[in-house]
Write a protein that binds this ligand. Structure first.
Ligand code: PHE
Length: 332
């Protein structure tokens, strides 16, 4: 009997549809003006089968509607156009990156400008121009990694920078006429490896050149940095030392942040921790940069960033900084 066949066929086809488009086609094919149901209707014995006809039509209609909600329902489950996009996991800012941003911010307040100079540089800028000729024993302190490449006739061999002091003469050559307030921040390399030393590490170099610059300016700058970095109560001191490129030279200590100067393992019972080197720019260095001797004064300092970060965040092994372990990094 045609009505029942039609209904079964329609319901079977409707249940197999996978898209709204297919469903719309079926609606036209069965319920449309020239659709199958109307074809049957024309020949139908309306007195006896009128009611069954209406039931068939309704059954097909509700099957279509039901399938429609099913299709849109399942669609929403896996693809909702209106849902906000998911942010890709971007990881975490490395403690060294955080330290660099903070150091830059502190020195910007004092009018320093951050610059970047090569991390693979000529011997000239790393040593010669800083009063360390090739045969000078002072070079021994910088366990230098040389690049196996042809030497420059005037500037010598290429080296991985052992300190950020190569920025001093480069900055003076660039500026030509002081004042200078430079913050050179970069990677350094030395042949060393233990819980507090890695082959690659970070330093920042401050350089101030002007007229009438003296040691109190240097001490004031270092104190300001110390208070900004470790907090307002931190004490710092400078101690006589020797560098070829500064005269006089100092080492800079800050009160041990672990024991409050009572003496502990970290500061080896000294109560002080060494932070870096500093001094008044040697007139030799001004001459290297083409300045006239005794026309300018200046001070310079160089600090290890990894060390500062370790002390501030209480990290006891420098190798954690390059381990890439998210469990460690996420704590900062
Ligand atoms: N370059 C020195 C070092 O790496 C630090 C320093 C910088 C000392 C500037 C004096 C002036 O140890």
């Amino acid at each position: 009997m045609p009505l029942l066949n039609l209904k079964n066929q329609a319901l079977a086809l409707i249940s197999q549809t996978v898209s709204g488009q297919e469903l719309a086609q079926l609606r036209i094919a069965f319920l449309g003006r020239k659709g199958q149901l109307n074809q049957v209707f024309k020949k139908l014995d309306k007195v006896n089968y009128g009611r069954q006809f209406n039931e068939t039509k309704q059954a097909i209609e509700s099957a279509l509607t039901e399938r429609q909600t099913q299709l849109t329902g399942t669609t929403a489950e896996w693809f909702d156009l209106t849902a906000p996009g998911q942010l890709p996991p971007l990881g975490h800012l490395h403690p060294i990156s955080q330290a660099i941003a903070e150091i830059q911010r502190i020195f910007e307040h004092l009018g320093f400008t951050r610059v970047r100079y090569p991390e693979v540089d000529w011997d000239h800028y790393v040593f010669e121009a800083l009063n360390m000729p090739a045969d000078h024993p002072a070079r021994d302190e910088w366990e230098t990694i040389f690049i196996d490449a042809p030497a420059h006739p005037k500037l010598g061999q290429m080296v991985l920078t052992t300190h950020t002091s190569n920025g001093q003469v480069r900055e003076m050559e660039r500026v030509k006429k002081p004042p200078i307030r430079m913050l050179n921040l970069g990677k350094c390399y030395r042949r060393q490896q233990d819980p507090t030393h890695t082959i690659m590490f970070h330093q920042f170099e401050g350089l101030v050149v002007d007229k009438g610059i003296s040691i109190p300016h240097l001490k004031g700058t270092l104190d300001y940095f110390g208070r900004q970095w470790f907090g307002p109560k931190i004490k710092s001191r400078i101690r006589p030392f020797h560098f070829q490129f500064t005269e006089p030279s100092f080492e800079v200590d800050m009160a041990c942040v672990f024991c409050d100067q009572k003496g502990c393992r970290v500061c080896k019972n000294a109560g002080w921790l060494e932070m870096g080197g500093a001094g008044m720019v040697n007139q030799f260095v001004f001459e290297s940069a083409g300045y006239v001797r005794n026309e300018w004064q200046g001070f310079a300092f160089g600090f290890g960033i990894d060390r500062l970060a370790m002390l501030k965040y209480h990290i006891n092994d420098i190798r954690l900084l390059t381990g890439g372990d998210m469990r460690f990094l996420k704590q900062f």
